[in-house]
Ligand binder design. Structure first.
Ligand code: DGL
Length: 266
């Protein structure tokens, strides 16, 4: 059986947390990791720009090489981009949205949602809370510094626990479950747990996404593919050497540049 080409998209390195989950299930497929670092952080972008950039970059990659499935490994983008992208391309698109439903089922007291400033204001997020957590008090934290911390940690820099404590203070002692509503946050899960305490359960959507990808690709045979892994960015990455080192540890080739082309044509 031929291997499948899985495109994973994010603004930065957060989607690598989703890659890890998918790869755990599907180790022999071919992975293309594409991140729009030119417009990072997505949590600060206007919705129109987000839609335009995500659709353009995904289509650009699809013109460049065969892609069988697209994973928008970014909550901020998924909560707004998915219907647009599904209209424009004819392969499966899987998104990631905050794990409010499982968190609410687990919680006995209150739920924390830690996400980007954009995600916590989205109608999509508020609909999730209304539909699945109406009986729970949900406390929201939207913060881009946490996203930066995850970017730095992947590049082997230390997470500032005092700053983290300050950001997460509104949840401390207030919730028994916290949703990691940004794909960057599983990368700093240990530190978040250290700050909130081990009794607070941290929930993310990574595994659910991996299950969804597996079922959509319907891979029943082990293929003989080599499992190639390529990484692309829309601009030269910060601390490129440290980033390439981390990517190498995950089996990726060094980052290649793929600048956005016709963003204004759409
Ligand atoms: N990783 C992203 C998410 O899941 C976006 C982070 C950002 O660029 O603000 O929301």
């Amino acid at each position: 059986m031929n291997s499948k080409h899985i495109l994973i998209f994010d603004s930065g390195v957060g989607g690598l947390s989703v890659f890890k989950e998918i790869h755990r299930r599907l180790p022999n497929e071919d992975y293309v990791y594409l991140f729009d670092n030119e417009a990072y952080p997505y949590g600060e972008l206007a919705p129109d720009t987000l839609v335009q950039r995500t659709c353009t970059l995904v289509e650009q990659m699809m013109r460049r090489q065969r892609i069988d499935i697209v994973v928008i490994a970014c909550n901020t983008a998924s909560t707004i981009v998915l219907p647009h992208l599904r209209q424009r391309i004819d392969i499966p698109v899987v998104g990631v949205v905050p794990a409010i439903k499982p968190a609410s089922l687990l919680s006995k007291t209150a739920v924390g949602l830690i996400a980007t400033p954009a995600t916590i204001t989205r109608q999509y997020t508020h609909d999730l809370i209304r539909d699945f957590a109406l009986d729970k008090n949900v406390k929201l934290i939207g913060n881009s510094q946490l996203v930066d911390m995850a970017e730095k940690k992947l590049r082997n820099e230390r997470v500032d626990l005092i700053e983290l404590e300050h950001i997460l203070a509104p949840l401390k002692g207030q919730v028994d479950v916290a949703v990691l509503g940004c794909t960057h946050f599983p990368l700093i899960k240990e530190e978040i747990s250290q700050v909130l305490g081990s009794s607070v359960e941290l929930v993310d959507s990574g595994e659910a996404i991996a299950r969804r990808v597996e079922s959509l690709l319907a891979i029943s045979d082990v293929n003989n593919g080599k499992g190639t892994r390529e990484a692309y960015s829309s601009a030269s990455p910060k601390e490129e050497e440290a980033l390439n080192h981390a990517l190498h540890q995950l089996g990726f080739t060094p980052v290649q540049l793929m600048p956005i082309q016709d963003a204004l044509d759409h």
